[in-house]
Design a protein around this ligand. Structure first.
Ligand code: G3P
Length: 217
């Protein structure tokens, strides 16, 4: 499973990219608004920093508007993927865009049926929102499981992104289900690195090493 970072924070992207684990970036209007930077230049910078796919969201609500916005976004860099919301106008726009070779990440997907429709119109990625379903008292992971199973039945090539990740267990569960990608917030990525036994183990090794150095000086 590939790991993307779900943020528009340049410093966080730079840091995590330096770890060597990053395959791509997803942003959304909320994440971009949080950073307060000019959208196009921020996306351009992210595309330069990370070689993998970088999702930037179209905000038009009609098919023609989405198509035009997506064409403009795709000029920013070769690795741009346009995020398009799951709705009738989004499906129609995605059909046009995928035929033009513009990659679409169909977002705000909360059911297997929505994911099946995204695949029909050639979406390159489908973002299955886990955490928001959990927040609403549903089981986000079971929807992701349905999408993986349905896609597997027909060898659908649309890549499944586990999105709206809230904690490290979401990432593990998404991997066990066979999601292609997990797009993970910065804090959750940092938590994934950590384990108290690892920290304790490092401490103990260093202590013992220093003891050995003293004793053999
Ligand atoms: O980028 C899409 C998604 O990951 C947003 O997640 O935390 O706003 O539910 P969240």
């Amino acid at each position: 499973m590939k790991i993307f970072i779900d943020t528009a924070n340049i410093d966080h992207i730079k840091e995590v990219n330096s770890w060597g684990i990053l395959s791509g970036v997803t942003t959304n209007p909320t994440l971009c608004a949080r950073e307060g930077r000019e959208f196009r230049s921020a996306v351009k910078k992210i595309c330069e920093m990370v070689k993998g796919p970088v999702s930037a969201e179209a905000v038009s609500m009609d098919r023609q508007g989405i198509v035009e916005e997506a064409r403009e976004l795709s000029k920013i860099a070769e690795n741009i993927v346009v995020k398009v919301p799951m709705m009738v106008e989004g499906l129609a726009a995605t059909k046009v865009l995928s035929q033009e070779g513009i990659k679409v990440n169909m977002t705000l997907v909360f059911s297997a049926n929505q994911a099946l429709l995204a695949a029909q119109v050639g979406a390159a990625y489908v973002s299955s929102f886990i955490g928001r379903l959990d927040d609403a008292g549903n089981d986000g992971m079971s929807i992701l499981a349905d999408i993986v199973a349905a896609y597997d039945n027909y060898d659908i090539e649309t890549e499944i992104i586990a999105a709206s990740i809230r904690h490290p267990m979401h990432v593990t569960q998404a991997a066990l289900l066979g999601a292609d990608i997990a797009t993970v917030p910065y804090d959750v990525l940092k938590a994934m690195v950590k384990h108290p036994l690892t920290d304790r183990g490092i401490e103990r090794f260093l202590e013992d090493w220093n003891k050995l150095k003293k004793a053999t000086r």
